[in-house]
Design a protein around this ligand. Structure first.
Ligand SMILES: *[C@@H]1O[C@H](CO)[C@@H](O)[C@H](O)[C@H]1NC(C)=O
Ligand SMILES: *[C@@H]1O[C@H](CO)[C@@H](O)[C@H](O)[C@H]1NC(C)=O
Ligand SMILES: *[C@@H]1O[C@H](CO)[C@@H](O)[C@H](O)[C@H]1NC(C)=O
Ligand SMILES: *[C@@H]1O[C@H](CO)[C@@H](O)[C@H](O)[C@H]1NC(C)=O
Ligand SMILES: *[C@@H]1O[C@H](CO)[C@@H](O)[C@H](O)[C@H]1NC(C)=O
Ligand SMILES: *[C@@H]1O[C@H](CO)[C@@H](O)[C@H](O)[C@H]1NC(C)=O
Ligand SMILES: *[C@@H]1O[C@H](CO)[C@@H](O)[C@H](O)[C@H]1NC(C)=O
Ligand SMILES: *[C@@H]1O[C@H](CO)[C@@H](O)[C@H](O)[C@H]1NC(C)=O
Ligand SMILES: *[C@@H]1O[C@H](CO)[C@@H](O)[C@H](O)[C@H]1NC(C)=O
Ligand SMILES: *[C@@H]1O[C@H](CO)[C@@H](O)[C@H](O)[C@H]1NC(C)=O
Ligand SMILES: *[C@@H]1O[C@H](CO)[C@@H](O)[C@H](O)[C@H]1NC(C)=O
Ligand SMILES: *[C@@H]1O[C@H](CO)[C@@H](O)[C@H](O)[C@H]1NC(C)=O
Length: 849
């Protein structure tokens, strides 16, 4: 889905930049107020800084505005001086998003200790080659060049900076071997060489052991495929607190270390290295100082060692996505610091009853997140959910857990996320904890009525689909004012929907496949946030209201298989964002609205762009599930992704009369059109061949007459065509595409006595020449490239690099804390992570301003 990814990146870049600007602006304010210019700035250094500013060609948020000759440089944004000598000691321009060159004038800052140029698009005087003069700034103690797209080798000369304590080269574009000379930086405490966005490697890491003050080392994404002694090397640096080696192609972690002296180690990240050996043979289980241990995607297997139960400092254990080949029977009762335990898709079996019995039992358990999806677990939840007062997320999706949700769940007073989908839970939905925000129980065997009181006023997502819940939906559900996503579909509900006029944020309302009755719900009228409405397969009746055109955010409208009647209100074409309209199998009569071309959500040209469309993110953010949209001929999977990519109109099985409006051909994004089983007359619009995205076209069982437009054979994506049982005449258009379709569905031309020519046996008597040429192909391909430009055309290379940089940035910085790790996702974790982080940043941004 390249378009989507590109759009998303745009979103991320746009809002992340904004976030950074405002952050930088805040910094600026803080600095200005704390500036102490008693000593005053040294003129030579002021000149040097001004020369540096000269090299900046773009300072889009004007953060260097204060850098003026008539002002003391110690008060400039990003500049800090020693308050006695007046020498510039710190230059911190992180995330200013400057474009330009790093001037060698910086060399005049002879007392500079702290240089942070990270996250700027800066180059050396010689293009993207690293400016080696930086390596002679001997006074430097802190050097941050992260996210600057330098290429070339990691410069060995950096080892000249003998006072360096902090070095961050992450997300640069250096490549090749990591120079062992870095081992000369013996004052280093913090070394970050991660994610250099090109191939970097090291075959021998013994140089690291010379960094005897090192506390933090991150070498993620540096290929270390031949390094088998990493633990030994690390063991010679007892000061180490953080070891982060994600995605390093490390061959194993089963070294045996006689004498562990890593007594300060707090964080160990070995994620995404394929080890594939038993868990218990790993070297680190006796390192009891570890607080955070990440072993996701390491494919370790077998049983966890009892030593785990003695890692009393442990706060976070991530052992997700390891293939289902591990077992966890260790007694974790005494791990009183444990906050999160992520084991998604990693266990071969388990019994949740026993698992919870062995979970931390301390007077004040801190267990916050317990994630066990897709682990083939059985058993039941215990009646009293004792000692779970800190639990915030319980994710048990896709196991074989049975029994009911215990009443004791009400005692989990911090619980916000309860994901129990795809299990064998049964019984009634109980009174829920007040704190709950998300309840997902789709695909279980819950039954009985919903409780009259949910008792969870903060619910935002309530997903009850595919169960056997019956009775009326209690009106109390309306008290969850923050509800965004309500899915009651595929149950045994009956009666009318409650009148929830006070759910201002409701975006997804899915109630299909129940026995709901009544008119089109009037309370939806005020819901300008509604994106997705599915009332299909119920007993709703009456006309569709004209005010439907007020639901301005609506993108998917599914009303099929009800008893709606009357005409299709023309106002439906006011829904500018509408992408999928399904009114099939109702009693609709009258004509198809002529103003179809107003549905610009179904056209490529006017498709809402990434910047002006807040719904896009909303849809991504909120829907982690994929839903299935069943059309007559195929099942379209959609959800977070598909909401953007699905477009179709299904009006089949009604009593619609009149012609097919020619305007339909302007809906260039449509993939599915089904108008079958109506009373439509007139011709198939001849410009239908311009609908390049069309995959399925069904106009069967109408009274259409005239020829099949020859342009149909231009539709390269067409995979289903049915024109049977009409009154069509003339020669069947030729073309390989149509021949293939005919082979697959030989009945597609049935019931049209006037059709002739191959593939039918019937010869055309009058040699009918095709009237219509091959349309306006050129115009179309221009349109296509237009939209490609729209998605990818970011203009300058700078934007492109930023895009790449920020995406990786987001990837790195906080992915381990992302809530999404809790959830067992069907699609790419990283992708979702980007979205979530983006929306978090956006949220943070809003609350800031
Ligand atoms: C500025 O320096 C003076 C003495 O040189 C000191 O009294 C004052 O607290 C300093 N102000 C700030 C904001 O650092
Ligand atoms: C210099 O400034 C720093 C912080 O700005 C302050 O902590 C320190 O005490 C100051 N020194 C003198 C001598 O004013
Ligand atoms: C990555 O390294 C190659 C040489 O191996 C180099 O040609 C290329 O420019 C580098 N890519 C970037 C983005 O710097
Ligand atoms: C730097 O390290 C190399 C070996 O890696 C060594 O030969 C050299 O003497 C060191 N230089 C200094 C200044 O310590
Ligand atoms: C990780 O390393 C590979 C090459 O080993 C490189 O292609 C990729 O861009 C790097 N990823 C990041 C995020 O830096
Ligand atoms: C760490 O332990 C090893 C034994 O594994 C020992 O040889 C080495 O001297 C120790 N290093 C330090 C710095 O204590
Ligand atoms: C861990 O410590 C136990 C004794 O406490 C010892 O038997 C075992 O060999 C140690 N394991 C490792 C991998 O060092
Ligand atoms: C799930 O567990 C059952 C036994 O409880 C076992 O027969 C089955 O193979 C397991 N399935 C998987 C995918 O591990
Ligand atoms: C799960 O464990 C509990 C407690 O040990 C036991 O009573 C129950 O039978 C087990 N359930 C299954 C399905 O093994
Ligand atoms: C909640 O906890 C209290 C005290 O532990 C207990 O008395 C009560 O029965 C529990 N409630 C439920 C519904 O289990
Ligand atoms: C429906 O559309 C018609 C014609 O565009 C317009 O006159 C009418 O005001 C609309 N009704 C509502 C409720 O928006
Ligand atoms: C079919 O179309 C012809 C004119 O093309 C018309 O005379 C005839 O009545 C139509 N038949 C039906 C069943 O509508």
């Amino acid at each position: 889905m390249p378009h989507l990814a590109a759009k998303l990146m745009l979103l991320i870049v746009a809002s992340f930049r904004f976030f950074l600007y405002s952050q930088a602006a805040t910094q600026q304010l803080q600095r200005a107020s704390s500036a102490n210019d008693t000593a005053g700035c040294v003129p030579r250094e002021q000149d040097a800084l001004l020369a540096f500013k000269q090299g900046i060609t773009n300072d889009s948020s004007n953060l260097l505005a204060s850098w003026r000759r008539d002002q003391d440089c110690c008060g400039w944004t990003g500049v800090t001086c020693n308050n006695q000598t007046g020498h510039v000691v710190e230059l911190d321009l992180n995330s200013f998003l400057l474009v330009g060159q790093i001037s060698s004038s910086l060399l005049s800052l002879g007392y500079l200790e702290h240089l942070d140029l990270g996250t700027n698009f800066l180059q050396g005087p010689n293009a993207s080659v690293f400016p080696e003069f930086l390596c002679s700034m001997n006074s430097l103690r802190h050097l941050d060049l992260s996210y600057i797209p330098f290429s070339g080798r990691v410069p060995p000369l950096l080892s000249n900076l003998s006072n360096l304590e902090y070095l961050d080269l992450s997300f640069t574009s250096f490549f090749g071997r990591i120079p062992h000379q870095l081992g000369n930086l013996t004052s280093l405490r913090h070394l970050d060489l991660s994610w250099m966005y090109n191939s970097t490697y090291s075959t021998d890491v013994s140089w690291l052991s010379r960094l005897h003050m090192l506390e933090y080392v991150d070498m993620s994404n540096i290929t270390l495929s031949t390094v088998t002694d990493f633990p030994d090397v690390a063991n010679m640096i007892p000061t180490l607190k953080h070891i982060i080696l994600m995605n390093c192609s490390l061959p194993s972690a089963n070294q045996s270390i006689a004498n562990l002296n890593l007594t300060k180690l707090e964080e160990l990240v070995l994620s995404r290295n394929y080890f594939g050996h038993p868990i218990s043979s790993c070297w680190f289980w006796n390192v009891t100082s570890i607080k955070s241990l990440s072993l996701d995607e390491t494919y370790l297997y077998g049983s966890f060692p009892d030593a785990l139960g003695r890692m009393f400092s442990l706060q976070h254990l991530d052992f997700s996505y390891n293939g289902n080949a591990a077992t966890m029977t260790v007694d974790l009762k005494n791990l009183c610091q444990l906050e999160s335990l992520y084991l998604a898709r990693s266990l071969s079996s388990g019994n949740i009853t026993e698992f919870l019995e062995k979970s931390p039992k301390c007077s004040a358990s801190k267990l916050y997140a317990l994630s066990l999806p897709s682990n083939n677990m059985t058993g039941m939840l215990p009646n009293t959910m004792d000692g779970m007062t800190s639990l915030n997320g319980l994710i048990l999706t896709n196991n074989s857990i049975s029994g009911s949700i215990p009443l004791g769940i009400r005692n989990c007073t911090s619980l916000e996320y309860l994901h129990l989908s795809s299990n064998q839970f049964s019984g009634q939905i109980p009174l829920l904890p007040r704190s709950l925000r998300v309840l997902e129980v789709t695909r279980n065997i819950f039954s009985g009525n919903l409780p009259l009181e949910f008792g969870a006023p903060n619910l935002e997502r309530l997903i009850l689909s595919f169960n056997y819940i019956s009775g009326q939906v209690p009106g109390s559900i309306c008290r969850s004012r923050n509800m965004k996503f309500l899915d009651l579909s595929h149950n045994l509900f009956k009666g009318e929907l409650p009148h929830c006029s006070d759910m201002p944020n409701l975006s997804f309302l899915l109630v299909s496949n129940n026995s709901f009755c009544g008119k089109f719900p009037a309370w939806l009228q005020s819901l300008s946030s509604l994106v997705f409405l599915d009332l299909s397969w119920n007993r709703f009746n009456g006309p569709l209201p004209r005010w439907i055109g007020h639901l301005v955010s609506l993108r998917i409208l599914l009303l099929s298989h009800n008893m709606f009647d009357g005409e299709i209100p023309v106002n439906i074409t006011d829904l500018k964002g509408l992408q999928y309209l399904n009114l099939a199998a109702n009693n609709m009569s009258g004509p198809i609205p002529k103003t179809l071309s107003n549905l610009i959500g179904m056209t490529i040209k006017h498709r809402p762009g990434p910047n002006d469309d807040s719904d896009t993110s909303l849809a991504f953010d909120e829907s982690q599930d994929t839903f299935s949209l069943v059309t007559k001929h195929e099942v379209l999977k959609y959800g977070a992704h598909g909401l953007v990519d699905v477009a179709g109109i299904d009006l089949s099985l009604n009593h619609l009369a009149g012609g097919i409006p020619d305007e339909i051909a302007s809906l260039s994004l449509l993939t599915n059109i089904n108008l079958s089983s109506n009373h439509l007359r007139g011709k198939i619009p001849k410009n239908i061949g311009s609908m390049k995205s069309l995959e399925s076209l069904d106009v069967s069982k109408n009274n259409l007459s005239g020829e099949i437009p020859p342009s149909l054979s231009d539709l390269t994506y067409l995979s289903y065509l049915d024109v049977s049982y009409n009154n069509l005449t003339g020669t069947i258009p030729s073309g390989r595409q149509l021949d293939t379709l005919y082979t697959e569905n030989p009945s597609m031309y049935y019931g049209n006595s006037g059709l002739c020519g191959p593939p039918l046996q019937r010869n055309c008597s009058g040699n009918g020449t095709p009237e219509h040429g091959h349309g306006n192909n050129q115009q179309e391909s221009e349109k296509d490239s237009d939209s490609a430009f729209f998605y990818y055309g970011l203009g300058s290379g700078f934007e492109m690099v930023l895009l790449v940089l920020f995406c990786v940035l987001l990837f790195k910085k906080s992915w381990r804390i992302a809530y999404f790790l809790l959830v067992d996702l069907v699609y790419d974790k990283a992708f979702v992570f980007l979205v979530v982080t983006w929306s978090r940043l956006a949220r943070r941004n809003t609350s800031r301003n």
